[in-house]
Design a protein around this ligand. Sequence first.
Ligand SMILES: NC(=O)c1ccc[n+]([C@@H]2O[C@H](COP(=O)([O-])OP(=O)(O)OC[C@H]3O[C@@H](n4cnc5c(N)ncnc54)[C@H](O)[C@@H]3O)[C@@H](O)[C@H]2O)c1
Length: 346
Amino acid sequence: MKLLITGGAGFIGSAVVRRAIAQGNEVVNLDCLTYAACLENIASVADHPAYAFEQVDICDAAEVARVFASHRPDAVMHLAAESHVDRSIDGPGDFIRTNVMGTYVLLEAAREYWQAQGRPEGFRFHHISTDEVYGSLGDHGKFTEDTPYDPRSPYSASKASSDHLVRAWHETYGLPVVLSNCSNNYGPYHFPEKLIPVVILNALAGKEIPVYGAGANVRDWLYVEDHAEALLLVLQQGALGRSYNIGGENEARNIDLVRMICALLDEMRPDAAPHDRLITYVTDRPGHDLRYAIDPQRISTELGWRPSVTLEEGLRLTVEWYLANEDWWRPLQARAGVGERLGTKA
Ligand SMILES: NC(=O)c1ccc[n+]([C@@H]2O[C@H](COP(=O)([O-])OP(=O)(O)OC[C@H]3O[C@@H](n4cnc5c(N)ncnc54)[C@H](O)[C@@H]3O)[C@@H](O)[C@H]2O)c1
């Protein structure tokens, strides 16, 4: 199968690219290389004969159409997005442009290409989205695929908009789509502005570990390699027009997550223990959703998918990876905004 993967130089997209090639697929990686992109993430496949890279902006209709016409993919996996909630608070415009307009451009290009090919039955447009479209949970309950949308940040509102567009292109034009909404990912190649890498890298540097508010916000953590596997399964076996929630069955309060990472570092770097002395509570994010939790019943019963690691196992793999890959993360810390407190301009 030839896959057109957008955002394949990002955190999750690169895991999908690596796994798709390992499974024997051909991959065209379409990415415009924003501040969040790292070609090093896909260095292991860059010279593979089944891999091609196109530095293209998904908002550029002519270039996107050229990529479809020249590569003739069997399916699209759409991951390109602006993805950092704090940046969406300070500057929502980029999120509306890429996540909403870019998805529209990609849908139109996919539709024209699919129609010109005679509407092949096997074609798929897989839209990758987030559980943040469902808003915030209280202490109980979980998000199912039927939970009403209630996005509360510019990021989640832009992703919810893109989900609506994808469903509309299916209902109106018959475009063969599948959707997935996943919980917070973590693992190797996670860009160093996100919570888990910030905790690891600040702790290693002996710097304060910032925890928003009281650290009571709960996330359902999903190991990125498990997510990549689930995404390829949804693409290959998901029912047309259907969406799948993907979660790690690993809920944790932020403060407990941070303490787990500190305990791992105490074990691996005992000279600097205890690392939790660096925990510092900072002003909360405006509109910070309290709790996300995924009910993964549909993907587990219909597609037989389950996460392969617990949070404890995945965090151990992640901390070990950051300790072994300073060459990857050190240069990224110099990129604009990394290491700064963002998301305060509400
Ligand atoms: N990271 C998470 O925990 C998480 C959770 C749920 C859903 N998601 C979704 O998964 C997808 C991937 O997330 P991620 O964490 O890998 O993101 P990321 O920020 O690490 O990577 C995004 C990639 O998209 C590319 N990109 C951005 N704008 C583009 C444009 N206009 N044209 C072409 N390429 C562009 C960037 O260069 C980058 O390589 C996103 O759609 C995101 O909404 C992420």
